[in-house]
Design a protein around this ligand. Structure first.
Ligand code: ZN
Length: 457
């Protein structure tokens, strides 16, 4: 049952907020709540229609695609099947970086600049237009409501990014208060901080949790060790995102908070790709996204085989993401879900591993704390951080333009400041960073067991 305040927020305040931002997410969400029940063929027909419109628009308004289509003699108006998408080249981070201006539509509305989140070792600047924002908001909103909760219900968000107090953040803080969202900055996980997080969650009595599975399970296990109950607060669901969700994390979160875990998969660049429903299906946002699974040679794989997730976001006319390589690995599911939704499903999403690291004094930090040190250095073309022990961390670096002894000093200083003085930092220059066996790149690998360390504190 939603409370009166939730109904006020979901039915009035949030729609008003979206209208002020010129987003039409309210109408879009209503549409998605209808189309999710359509049979597969009808959803595919919608995809084809929207794909054709996206490609025709790209030809008419986006210089990169106008030239690209002409070069290969591709007529977007003539496509008759979704498989014809395979005639187009992939869009990788390198292509976006080299063609950022040429990817902007000449009729784009409200383009805003974004930087990829921390887990990628190679920063990417890209643009998102108003229309796409509305679609991503609507998709997330729909998935939230699958779980019997809604925007406006009290929510705790556990997030790893450092809190900055600019004017925009004060506006966000006000908005968060209005929508009853409280942010816990899980950037640093000392025992004292964890005690504070547990107390905030108990005081807030949220109906939903949202955050990294590593962070939520870490907070939960800390409460459990302290003998503090968290399953009596009325938490309905824990939404996990941004990282691979491991079974042991799911079990810990469900046990401690006394609620199911709903896994979500998406990112600012690739969009709101898939989300779990209460019956367990990891449903794609198929009305907005065409997902392909491809092998190392770029061939599309049949369902059941693991490969890289490639996304075409149908609402990206302003700055198209057409056959965008995510770098993540998954398997397309062939089953139908007990919930009856016609939306196709992913299973076994591998990758998105951002480990925790442990400072010398036992403070557990999100791997992003270290990633930020290297990501901010333009002289670094690629990197991987390996925490060998509490006393020793190795950094593999692919040197970029301007890389010198000063850059090495800044890396050493930056990491030592976070991991603790006296920690040995070895910076190794390499020609390239090899992927893990799974084919996925991990930018932070910690061989220190965070759960054992914080037990001792
Ligand atoms: Zn389902």
């Amino acid at each position: 049952m939603s409370g009166l305040y939730t109904r006020l927020v979901s039915g009035l305040l949030f729609p008003l907020h979206e209208r002020l931002k010129q987003h039409d997410s309210v109408a879009l969400r209503r549409g998605l709540e209808d189309s999710q029940w359509w049979p597969r063929e009808r959803i595919e027909a919608l995809q084809l229609e929207r794909l054709r419109a996206l490609l025709v628009h790209a030809r008419d308004h986006v210089p990169y695609y106008r030239e690209g289509f002409a070069r290969i003699g591709f007529d977007p108006a003539a496509i008759a099947s979704l498989a014809e998408l395979q005639r187009l080249p992939f869009l990788g981070k390198a292509e976006i970086r080299a063609n950022t201006e040429a990817l902007k539509a000449d009729d784009a509305v409200g383009l805003a600049r974004f930087n990829t989140g921390g887990s990628s070792g190679e920063p990417l600047i890209f643009f998102i237009g108003d229309r796409r924002v509305s679609h991503d908001v609507a998709a997330k909103w729909r998935a939230t409501r699958w779980w019997g909760v809604d925007i406006g219900d009290p929510e705790i968000v556990v997030w790893g990014s450092p809190i900055e107090l600019g004017a925009q953040d004060r506006v966000r803080a006000l908005r968060d208060r209005l929508f009853r969202t409280e942010l816990l900055p899980a950037f640093e996980m000392s025992a004292t901080k964890l005690d504070g997080f547990v107390a905030r969650i108990r005081a807030r009595r949220p109906r939903m949790l949202f955050g990294y599975p590593s962070a939520l399970s870490h907070i939960g296990l800390h409460a459990e060790r302290r003998g503090i109950r968290m399953d009596d607060l009325g938490i309905e669901v824990a939404f996990c995102t941004s990282e691979r969700l491991y079974d042991h994390q799911r079990e810990a979160i469900e046990r401690v908070f006394g609620c199911p875990v709903a896994n979500g998969y998406g990112s600012r660049d690739a969009g709101f790709i898939a989300h779990q429903c209460p019956q367990g299906g990891m449903h794609l946002t198929a009305e907005d996204l065409i997902v392909e699974i491809v092998d190392g040679e770029g061939r599309v794989l049949p369902p059941g085989q693991a490969g890289e997730i490639v996304v075409t976001h149908l609402a990206t006319g302003d700055f198209p993401f057409i056959r965008y390589r995510t770098g993540d690995v998954a398997v397309m599911d062939t089953a139908t879900c007990a919930c009856g939704r016609g939306l196709p499903m992913l299973r076994e999403i591998q990758g998105r591993a951002t480990d925790f690291v442990v400072a010398r004094d036992g403070t557990v930090m999100h791997g992003l704390a270290l990633i930020y040190v290297l990501r901010d250095l333009p002289q670094v073309a690629g990197f991987r951080i390996v925490q060998e022990s509490l006393e020793h961390t190795r950094v593999q670096v692919v040197p970029g333009v301007g890389f010198d002894a000063d850059t090495v000093g800044r890396i050493e200083h930056g990491l030592a400041a976070r991991l603790g003085e006296g920690v040995r930092i070895d910076v190794e220059q390499v020609a390239e960073i090899a992927p893990e066996k799974s084919g996925k790149y991990r930018y932070v690998v910690s061989k220190v067991d965070a759960s054992e360390v914080s037990c001792a504190t």
